[in-house]
Ligand binder design. Structure first.
Ligand SMILES: Cc1cc2nc3c(=O)[nH]c(=O)nc-3n(C[C@H](O)[C@H](O)[C@H](O)COP(=O)(O)OP(=O)(O)OC[C@H]3O[C@@H](n4cnc5c(N)ncnc54)[C@H](O)[C@@H]3O)c2cc1C
Length: 551
């Protein structure tokens, strides 16, 4: 069996940043179900936050983050992220990221929702692409091994510690055990639990499910961010940068309706506020064909071509209209999971040897609502930190052969999957799950809707247990892959429903029409979900508050 010092699951920004930060004398490897630069990080458009401006400060950034997250983020972690952000941006630049510039030649910064200052650095509207490719170059330069197109199906646990993974080689077929002194999960988000989502089809919450099954708790899973502006009928993201550049939101009467909901911040209020406002306009009949309109026309041709070229391309390709001349029809869609594998500021989980960073982790810095531009930052800061800490830990672990039977367990699981007869296919259950979650755990939740979801989810889980894999082959068996992913989606959905049902208040992305008020006295606490045979068992943990009292 291959044995590494550090094995990183995921080659998005968090994973690659961790690999680059890990001590160079250690044997570091990355494993990813897709080629590294196809990770969802590549799709990030708007930018990455850091207080670089002379009149800005990391404290102001920390305040905006804590407030934007409705005081559910741990402020020690928020402080670390915001304090280290400027240095991390400069480091990215030294590593080869080409950021857009202002007239003086400095890194340009645009305003983003919920921020008191224009502090979002960007590379046009292709920021993720720019950073991810620079990280990949660094990975190649360091000759870090990548298991490309390998799918991790389970964590290897020994004596209560994580000691590696079992993975399916997608290209050749077959399961392999890979040992490691430390494993870092950097598997990204779980947006595909919902039918309408800005997320790539690969964002199925695998890492969260792997950790959950191995006994690590997931925190704050009820907080799923809905991005206010996704392109009609597709779920494709239209970056907040479009509003940051000055775009208006209009209803069917041609009114900038945000003046009713957030007269000060208007279109740049926090995402949950804007999403709810759009939902309300559509509900009250002031929508346009199930959407509202994002109007960029007044920005002018030049600015749109320069600052929002990809948005224009997407609108032309997928909606058949040119935003230089016509407003874009948009509506909210599932975008980001604020919850995830519970970690501390150094990426450490409850399981020795297991770390998590990026969207699959809940550190927590985003609390109940993430500010735009803070997620890329989260991947960079906490990816780096977990790479460093995992390196320190790996040095304390003595090398020894594993005695695990996890490989045999997984082999038996695959054998049974392939042998199963029947007619239910993974994609069918996946689609039903997406519909169920979008309908009952979307923008507005009630006890009734969530109880319905809970009951239907058990039924779907039973149905999933009889899914049939039609492709019995080994090479690129995407049918088998989808069946693995379906299991992750169901596990993640279980924690979202249970956590959301129990939180009897409205805060950030979790809005309940039966409990419409925020309840600080009772609910400034993290929801912690652990796996039991009966489903998710919930406990609560205090939120760390340092300098910003909830207001
Ligand atoms: C369309 C879009 C635009 C966005 N724009 C912005 C923005 O402008 N600013 C911002 O701050 N945030 C933005 N976000 C959010 C941000 O991009 C993501 O949260 C972040 O990039 C996630 O990075 P990550 O490294 O955690 O995961 P990802 O980039 O999603 O990478 C996950 C990796 O894990 C691997 N993986 C997953 N499961 C397995 C498995 N079972 N086995 C092996 N490998 C596995 C995948 O192959 C992949 O390499 C955006 C998100 C979307 C969807």
């Amino acid at each position: 069996m291959k044995l590494h010092d550090i094995l990183i699951v995921g080659a998005g920004l968090a994973g690659m940043r961790a690999a680059i930060a890990a001590p160079p004398d250690l044997d570091v490897a990355v494993i990813s179900k897709v080629h590294p630069v196809r990770s969802h990080s590549v799709a990030a458009q708007g930018g990455i936050n850091a207080a670089l401006g002379e009149d800005d400060s990391w404290e102001a950034h920390a305040f905006d983050t804590a407030k934007g997250g409705l005081y559910l983020g741990d402020q020690d972690a928020i402080e670390a992220m915001c304090r280290e952000a400027p240095e991390d941006i400069l480091e990215l630049e030294r590593l080869g990221v080409i950021f857009s510039r202002d007239e003086q030649g400095r890194i340009a910064q645009r305003p983003f929702g919920g921020a008191g200052f224009p502090r979002t650095c960007y590379a046009a509207d292709r920021t993720g692409h720019a950073i991810l490719h620079a990280m990949y170059e660094q990975l190649l330069k360091r000759r870090i091994a990548v298991y490309e197109e390998w799918y991790v199906t389970a964590l290897i646990m020994e004596d209560g510690a994580c000691r590696g993974v079992v993975a399916w080689d997608l290209i050749h077929g077959g399961l392999h055990a890979i040992g490691a002194k430390a494993v870092i999960l950097a598997t990204g988000g779980s947006g595909r639990v919902f039918l309408t989502s800005t997320n790539a089809v690969i964002n199925t919450g695998d890492g969260m499910a792997l950790a959950y099954r191995a006994g690590a708790p997931l925190a704050d899973m009820e907080f799923v961010q809905f991005h206010p502006t996704t392109l009609k009928g597709t779920g494709i993201l239209i970056t907040e940068g479009a509003r940051g550049e000055g775009g208006y939101l209009l209803n069917t009467l041609g009114e900038r309706f945000m003046k009713t909901y957030a007269p000060q911040q208007m279109e740049l209020a926090t995402r949950s506020t804007v999403s709810l406002a759009i939902g309300q306009e559509i509900l009250e009949g002031r929508g346009v064909d199930g959407c509202v309109l994002l109007d960029l026309r007044h920005l002018g041709r030049q600015r749109i071509l320069e600052r929002l070229p990809q948005i224009r391309e997407l609108a032309i390709e997928f909606a058949g209209l040119d935003p230089i001349e016509t407003p874009i029809p948009v509506r909210p869609g599932a975008h980001y999971q604020m919850g995830g594998v519970r970690t501390n500021q150094w990426g450490e989980t409850d399981i020795p040897g297991l770390y998590a960073a990026g969207e699959c982790a809940c550190v927590s810095v985003h609390g109940a609502n993430r500010l735009g531009g803070n997620s890329l930052l989260d991947t960079i800061v906490f990816g780096r930190r977990s790479g460093i800490r995992a390196g320190e830990y790996a040095r304390t672990v003595s090398p020894r052969a594993l005695t695990t039977d996890q490989l045999a367990i997984e082999q038996e699981r695959v054998r049974l999957l392939l042998a199963r007869e029947g007619s239910i296919r993974a994609w069918q259950v996946r689609e039903e799950l997406g519909q169920l979650m979008s309908l009952n755990l979307g923008l507005v939740r009630t006890r009734e809707s969530m109880s319905t979801a809970l009951t239907s989810l058990s039924a779907l889980t039973r149905r999933a247990a009889s899914v049939m894999v039609q492709d019995k082959g080994r090479v690129f068996n995407t049918d088998l892959l989808q069946t693995f992913e379906l299991q992750s989606l169901l596990d993640v959905a279980e924690t979202i429903v249970a956590s959301a049902l129990a939180r009897e208040e409205s805060r950030g992305a979790h809005y309940r029409s039966d409990f419409p008020k925020r309840d600080d006295a009772q609910w400034i606490k993290h929801t912690v979900a652990r796996r039991t045979p009966q489903g998710a068992a919930l406990t609560y943990e205090p939120v760390t508050i340092t300098r910003f009292q909830p207001q």
